[in-house]
Every structure is written in structure tokens, then in C-alpha cells.
Design a protein around this ligand. Structure first.
Ligand code: FRU
Length: 478
């Protein structure tokens, strides 16, 4: 079966991980990414490059950064971000060598297609900071402007008690992108925040920062954050931290710390702001150490549907980018169907490239939801569990076996407040399933590898009844 997605960005051949340098520049959206072009496995890193004008069709441009300098020998050009200054595009990235990660810049004179590296590179080293953090874990610069300075946030590990190190984020300041000074460590033990957040046996990878409806939010991908209830079920998870940066001390005063996605395969997200003000996020739609069956087709590296982010009602909401709606094709719909302890499979609803919008109202069902990509032996289930007060994404019978570092690679859950109705917006793209729960308040992202014919959709209730208030499926014609 051909696993190539139809409407998600995916690397043409070889390997792709983290999104990098996302920016709207020169009339297009640019998505750079961690790339090893020679084989579908992680190797010395380059920056690959996609552009898009509609967030659905992605053009793979020539490689933007090659690991061609002595300071990036062996490991290459790692993750980072970009910034436009006086019409020029600058990339900030980590040059990585064994035990030595430092920050570099490159800029473009031709509208963001080819890049030249700063002669002064590397411009930031762990030693030139306050000496308190590890030179071997200092990476993924997020560069932005605040008032009249440039700032950089990077992930690191702080030395504590001898050789023991703990993941954190550091803030630096510059006037010219070349000379940088240390401002401070961002994350501190604070009332109401478990010490696990500041005692990671890993690095806070790929920081980003957004401002939405007046709220400041950091996004980051901490390694090895311990699971807490149904949160942080992946060894590599993604958090968003709302609060406020003190630009004098570097300290971030935390309001809230949350799981960004409750699924299996989402990491290292990054954002860009569009001219109309929307904040668009894209993440790597894979996971470290998982089985990647697209390898058989010579590529590993798919990216999420771009998502619009908005902070409201005390949460960071995610909505599928609205441009996708232009590609809605054939529509199938049903309304007001009562299900009692059983399944309802309906012809005309099947497929593997579609958007499904489903609202179910619970009467007394213990569980209600939908089985998708269903065939004789396979199905992927998404449902509300009223007794547990969770929404569940179960890929136990989704298709080929998926292995990973976690004890459970088949089931993910998220806690929800409402159990009288559930609203699921599901985007399916061959192997990809993205679920937006209750208007984007929660999301699940996961890959499954079914067989060609596994295309059925079945709505179901268990342990009582429910009503399908409305189910609408659109074929996506891309
Ligand atoms: C996260 C990450 C980054 C690093 C890059 C290397 O997935 O480990 O921290 O810069 O991947 O490819």
C-alpha cells in the first residue's frame, strides 16, 4: 500500500524531523525542516525547505543549509528558527558536534532560497554564558524581537549537584544577532508546579513563543517528562506553558503548564504568524524510536496539518487551518440517529482521505464514538468514555504493529470536562489521524498503518444509548 499522505507535508525522500525556521516571507509560507537527504534515517543534519501558498500543497525547494563548516562537522545543522529584519531572512540554528552545541546564523540575499553563514559563527557558546550549563546540550534557538532588542531562547541542561544535569530554558539578548549576553534561566520552581518540570533528565527541546489574545505562551518539547495521570504519555512530549517573561532576569512566571496534544505522534512544533494575524503551528507528525513504515518507501518525515492557535477560556485551542476547507469534495451526511448498544456502519461514508465532523449526544451510553479505517481485521477507535470522563484514541487494531519506547503504544486518553455531548473533528490522510475534540480544546495526533481496503466508518454506542446529532464527511480532493 502507498503510505504517502495526500494533503500533509512529507519529505520527498530520506529523513525529515523537526520543523525549523517557519515564517511567512516574500508572499509564501516557508517550512524548513531537519533533513538527512541520503537515507530514511537520522544522519548528519541539513535544513530541508518547503514552501506553500495554500497550506495543502507543499513544494520541496533546494536544501537551505548544508553541514559544510568545520564547526558543524559530524552532526550538522540542528533545529532553530528564523526572523525577518529589514526585508532579509535570517536563520538561527544550532551547529552540533559531539559534546558541543553552539548557536549560529545564516542569511539570504535571494528571498529565502539560498543562505550564507555568518563569518562570526558560532555566535553563542555555553561557555560565554554563565558557565552553569552543559555545552553538550544547548540547542534549538528561538529568536524574536522584543522592544528594542533581539532575544534568543534555547534549550539546555543546568549543572546541579556535581554531574547531574536538569533540563531548562535560557534567555539571551543581542542588539545585532552577533554579540549575545546571558539574561537568565527561565524555568524555576514555583508554587503549584511539580518539581518534575524543573528536574528533567533531558533537555527542553525546540522552544517557541507566541502571544495570543494578550497571553504569552512558550511551547517546548521536554525529553523524559514523567507521565502525570493521562498527561505526558509519550517519553518525548510537547508542553505549552503560559505566563510571563521578565526580560530583566529571564525568569518566566508560570500560570499554567499543559500537554499540547494527547496522541502518539507529534513533536517539536513551531509557529509562524500570517499577515492576517493568525498563528499557524506545524509539528513533526512522527515520534522518536517509533516504527516508521514509510521507510519501506524511502522516506520518513510527515508533518501535521497546519493548525491555527488561539488562547481562550483558559486554554490553547487548535483549529485545522481554514484553507483546507477549499478542498472539500463529495459530502455525505446523516442526522438524528439513535444508537443503542451497537454499531452503525453506513455506506457512502467510507474512505481514507477525508474530514469527518461528528457530534454525538449521550443518553446513558458508557462509551460512544466512531471506528475509522475499518476493515475485516482493522479499526482505529475514537470515543468518549463517560465513566472515565476521557476521550480515547485506540489504535490497538489499527493495522501493522507499531513499537516505541513507551509501555503502551496503542492507547492514549485525555481528560475532559463534558460528557453529555462530544464533538469530534477528524482528519484522515491515508496513515494519518488527527482529532480535534470539542472545538479544538484537545487534540490527538497519531499514525496508523491499515491495509488498502480498510476504509469503513462505523458509529457506535456501548453500555446504553446515544444520538448521532450530526455526522458530515467531506472527501478531501487535493
Ligand atoms: C528534537 C531534536 C532537536 C535537535 C534536532 C536534531 O527532535 O533532538 O533538539 O536540534 O532534533 O535533529
Amino acid at each position: 500500500m502507498d503510505y504517502r499522505p495526500k494533503y500533509h507535508a512529507s519529505v520527498r525522500s530520506g529523513w525529515g524531523n523537526d520543523p525549523n525556521g517557519m515564517i511567512y516571507y516574500n508572499g509564501k509560507a516557508h517550512l524548513f525542516f531537519q533533513h538527512y537527504p541520503h537515507a530514511p534515517e537520522w544522519g548528519i543534519m541539513h535544513w530541508g525547505h518547503f514552501t506553500t501558498e495554500d497550506f495543502v500543497h507543499w513544494k520541496e525547494e533546494p536544501i537551505a543549509l548544508y553541514p559544510d563548516q568545520e564547526y558543524e562537522q559530524d552532526l550538522g545543522c540542528w533545529s532553530g528558527t528564523s526572523i525577518e529584519i529589514d526585508g532579509r531572512l535570517y536563520l538561527a540554528y544550532t551547529c552540533s558536534r559531539p559534546g558541543m552545541q553552539r548557536q549560529c546564523f545564516a542569511w539570504s540575499e535571494d528571498g529565502g532560497m539560498t543562505f550564507q553563514k555568518f563569518e562570526e559563527n558560532p555566535v553563542v557558546t555555553a561557555e560565554q554564558m554563565n558557565g552553569g550549563f552543559s555545552a553538550g546540550d544547548f540547542r534549538d534557538p528561538k529568536v524574536f524581537r522584543h522592544e528594542d532588542s533581539y532575544y534568543m531562547i534555547a534549550g539546555t541542561r543546568l549543572f546541579r549537584k556535581g554531574m547531574h544535569t536538569c533540563g531548562n530554558l535560557v534567555l539571551m539578548r543581542s542588539q545585532d544577532l552577533k554579540a549575545w549576553s546571558f539574561v537568565g534561566v527561565m524555568l524555576h520552581q514555583q508554587d503549584g508546579f511539580p518539581s518534575e518540570y524543573f528536574n528533567l533528565d533531558g533537555c527542553y527541546e525546540c522552544p517557541d513563543r507566541i502571544l495570543s489574545n494578550g497571553k504569552e505562551i512558550l511551547l517546548s518539547s521536554p525529553q523524559c517528562l514523567p507521565q502525570m495521570g493521562n498527561r505526558y504519555q509519550n517519553k518525548h512530549c510537547v508542553v505549552y506553558i503560559s505566563g510571563q517573561t521578565d526580560f530583566e532576569t529571564g525568569r518566566f512566571h508560570i500560570d499554567e503548564y499543559q500537554d499540547l496534544d494527547s496522541g502518539f505522534d507529534l513533536y517539536a512544533p513551531q509557529t509562524m504568524t500570517l499577515p492576517d494575524g493568525r498563528i499557524i503551528m506545524i509539528a513533526w507528525k512522527e515520534m522518536w524510536a517509533r516504527t516508521h513504515y514509510t521507510k519501506e518507501q524511502g522516506f520518513v518525515g510527515t508533518y501535521t496539518l497546519p493548525r491555527e492557535l488561539e488562547y481562550r477560556d483558559g486554554r490553547l485551542y487548535q483549529y485545522p487551518v481554514r484553507e483546507i476547507e477549499q478542498f472539500r469534495g463529495a459530502k455525505t451526511q446523516l442526522e438524528q440517529i439513535r444508537l443503542h448498544d451497537g454499531g452503525f456502519e453506513i455506506s457512502g461514508f467510507e474512505g481514507n482521505v477525508y474530514e469527518l465532523n461528528l457530534t454525538m449526544k449521550r443518553e446513558d451510553a458508557a462509551r460512544m464514538g466512531v471506528r475509522i479505517l475499518k476493515g475485516p481485521d482493522h479499526e482505529t477507535c475514537i470515543y468518549l468514555d463517560a465513566l472515565e470522563r476521557t476521550v480515547v484514541f485506540d489504535r490497538t487494531r489499527g493495522g501493522r504493529e507499531i513499537r516505541g519506547e513507551e509501555a503502551d503504544n496503542c492507547v492514549r486518553k485525555c481528560d475532559i470536562e463534558r460528557i453529555d455531548t462530544v464533538d469530534l473533528r477528524i482528519f484522515v490522510d491515508v496513515t494519518s489521524v488527527e482529532v480535534f475534540v470539542d472545538g479544538g480544546r484537545y487534540t490527538f495526533t497519531g499514525n496508523v498503518y491499515p491495509e488498502e481496503g480498510d476504509r469503513g466508518i462505523e458509529f457506535f454506542a456501548q453500555g446504553g444509548s446515544c444520538i448521532i446529532e450530526k455526522a458530515v464527511r467531506y472527501e478531501l480532493d487535493v
